[in-house]
Design a protein around this ligand. Sequence first.
Ligand SMILES: C[S@@+](CC[C@H](N)C(=O)[O-])C[C@H]1O[C@@H](n2cnc3c(N)ncnc32)[C@H](O)[C@@H]1O
Length: 197
Amino acid sequence: MQAEFWNERYKEEVFAYGMEANDFLQEQTFQAESKILCLAEGEGRNGVYLAEQGHEVTCVDYSEEGVRKMTQLAEMKGVVIHPVCADLNEFAFEENTWDGIVIIFGHLPTELREKVHGQFYKALKPGGKLVLEAYHKTQLNYKTGGPMTDTMLYSEEELKSDFHEFKNLQITQLEREVHEGEFHFGKAAVVQVIAIK
Ligand SMILES: C[S@@+](CC[C@H](N)C(=O)[O-])C[C@H]1O[C@@H](n2cnc3c(N)ncnc32)[C@H](O)[C@@H]1O
């Protein structure tokens, strides 16, 4: 999918995935005043939530409309985020920079997924935390949201390989109710990652 697809989705007034943060992210904690990078962040619901918790948040997405909406959401909620309009294929991950990296339903094609995920370990500071939730490959049977292409959906094995550098890696596959905006609407197969550098 190209940025144009997401621009079409995000040009509407309504927030496609809602204005509240992802459920799994809301269960997580970070050190106070963490520097957090939110990738494929869409309209900014997760980044804005983290900014509300007192963190310094940079939100990256390649959709201009997404960046417009995340800026709008931050203003509405009275917080500051750093919005960046960039393609993850070209995004420069600086080493030992982030206390947290968050990527929620940021589904990428195989080659790009490996390239992007493969840079998280070095980009995190020691003790830094990765939080990821994505639809599992079996989500194709549920039809309650997410990409309809097998290669854009993730398996535990793929994520284990992507994040093999992390000594502290927790990957959980589960079925859960996802009600996050009009495009995520019901019982779903997800995979969740927590990793500490
Ligand atoms: C399903 S949305 C999830 C948005 C947000 N993380 C959330 O949970 O509400 C997927 C997002 O990934 C972004 N995305 C996909 N490929 C990208 C890429 N190569 N570079 C930057 N953003 C990308 C899209 O623009 C879209 O906003």
